[in-house]
Design a protein around this ligand. Structure first.
Ligand code: NAD
Length: 485
């Protein structure tokens, strides 16, 4: 085993979970056994909540200007340690080294946004009457929890850590049991950056610990990022316990391609979107809706897709179960009449035979009623559906229950605006394969891709991680003035 067994991080210390139950952590890159992760219990969570609760009074009383100093240093530490952090992400998640570097850079950018919070979280003063003012302040909630998925072991935790903590909360994070290593390193860096003990805690595990988080009376808010099925369950359970909850779910993102789209640029964007991070992004292009005669663009798309080489510029998918599931979808679509133009099933990656790779896959003539057209695939696969009009394409996009992202490729501004208006997705791109720009972006989808109110990053996150205190003060002691006038 490459690393020692993983421990929880509670009250500034790495400690063993109160359980003997563990899972193996296997690298998708080449099948190496990296470590074991404990399946912590409600007892471990309770220890973490107690530590976070104890840290909250002092941390929340610290001014926001002081709190963000930790994140200036944290950002610098992410940048200083970028190579080592990226190598760890690559090892446990299977994405390429360059993708892992980009993930750490994005984390640093998220920390940078948190550093700007003192300028943004200013509250308001309303003059509500003569001599009377009403002041609104954002105050922290208390102990909050963040439950994260496997596909971004470092970036998704950083969607929540800097903002929630800079806003004065104390946090418990539950990493994905498939990629539990990176968050441990983030805990060390936060400590090095000067975060007081107990403000940030890590409790590892799977279903049991997630349910315990939803049930624990000491936790005020739960953010969740993962698949729709679990997002729904977490949202239901956390809110039924009267907690605030924002649960981001899965996705099925449609790219609508019109005949006037620039072929090379469109093909490159679609390939990068469907194959980046081996298609394991909630913003990945999964369906292309071809409107009218776009065969020349599909031809270019196949050329671009074939440049993605597993084990080189195309990473592994998370595990064997995932690889088998993705390949089953391709085989099923083929047997139902779809045409596999580029086939990524069972690639050989020399020297990494135990790695779990799927090659780039382009499938044409997929029908909207096929499973591959309807369900999240989470692999480097794009299904092409043919339509004659933009309205037919939008009908396919709208009928899908998810709503994270949609894009249109065209040179016609009016048509682009039409798609922006009609697409049923929270994040819409025009000639952009992954419509997530840099911070300060408010990241969040619609429909079955998000449960709860607001988005997880940017200004929207301020509303989630704080509550408003409204104070009304009267400084006009003169008699006879009706202060409600
Ligand atoms: P997942 O839903 O399997 O797991 C997410 C978290 O839930 C993990 O921490 C896991 O331990 C926990 N969990 C798993 N099973 C559980 C259960 N039965 N009860 C309670 N908790 C449970 O998701 P994943 O496979 O780790 O990540 C991939 C999914 O995440 C994809 O669907 C992807 O689209 C989605 N995702 C969405 C966004 C977004 O912003 N919408 C971002 C990243 C990933």
């Amino acid at each position: 085993m490459k690393y020692s067994p993983i421990q929880n991080y509670i009250n500034g210390q790495f400690i063993d979970a109160a359980t003997d139950q563990t899972l193996a952590v296997i690298s998708p890159v080449d099948g190496t056994l990296l470590s074991t992760v404990p399946l912590s219990t409600a007892h471990d969570l309770d220890t973490a909540v107690k530590a976070a609760k104890a840290a909250f009074p002092a941390w929340s009383r610290t001014t926001i200007k002081e709190r963000v100093q930790v994140f200036f240093r944290y950002k610098a530490l992410l940048e200083k340690n970028i190579n080592e952090l990226a190598a760890l992400v690559q090892e446990e998640n299977g994405k390429t080294y360059d993708e892992a570097v980009a993930e750490i850079e994005k984390g640093a950018e998220l920390a940078e946004f948190a550093c700007s919070l003192p300028q943004i979280v200013t509250g308001e003063i309303l003059e509500v009457s003569r001599g009377v003012e009403c002041r609104t302040e954002h105050v922290p909630l208390g102990v909050v929890a963040s439950i994260v998925p496997f596909n971004f072991p470092s970036m998704v935790p950083n969607w929540t850590i800097p903002n929630a903590i800079a806003l004065g909360n104390c946090m418990i994070i539950k990493p994905s049991e498939k990629v539990p290593l990176s968050v441990g390193r983030l805990a060390e860096l936060l400590q090095e950056a000067g975060l007081p003990k107990g403000v940030f805690n890590v409790v590892h595990g799977d279903r049991e610990i997630v349910e315990a988080i939803c049930d624990h009376p000491g936790i005020e808010a739960v953010s969740f990022v993962g698949s729709t099925k679990i997002a729904k369950a977490v949202y239901k359970r956390a809110t039924s316990n009267y907690k605030r909850c924002l649960a981001l779910g899965g996705a099925k993102n449609h790219l609508i391609v019109l005949p006037d789209a620039i072929p090379g640029m469109t093909a490159q964007n679609i390939t990068a979107s469907m194959a980046g991070c081996a298609g394991q992004r909630c913003m990945a292009a999964s369906a292309m809706v071809a409107v009218g005669p776009v065969d020349h663009i599909i031809e270019k798309l196949c050329e671009e897709a074939q440049k993605m080489v597993p084990g080189k510029n195309l990473g592994a998918v998370i595990n064997r179960a995932s690889k088998d599931r993705i390949e089953r979808y391709i085989t099923e679509a083929e047997s139902q009449g779809a045409k596999v133009l580029v086939d990524g099933r069972n690639p050989t990656v020399e020297g990494k035979e135990e790695g779990t790779y799927v090659g780039p896959t382009v499938i044409d003539y997929v029908r909207p009623d096929m499973a591959i057209a309807q369900e999240e695939i989470f692999g480097p696969v794009i299904s092409i559906m043919r339509t004659n009009t933009v309205d037919e394409a939008l009908a396919i996009e709208n009928a899908n229950p998810y709503g994270n992202a949609a894009s249109v490729f065209t040179q016609n501004g009016g048509m682009a605006r039409y798609v922006i208006d009609k697409a049923s997705a929270g994040m819409v791109g025009v000639n952009v394969g992954v419509p997530v720009p840099r911070e300060p972006f408010s990241f969040g989808g619609w429909n079955d891709s998000r449960f709860g109110v607001g988005d997880i990053t940017g200004k929207s996150s301020i509303e989630f991680w704080t509550k408003l205190k409204k104070s009304t003060t009267k400084w006009n002691p003169e008699a006879g003035i009706n202060w409600m006038s």
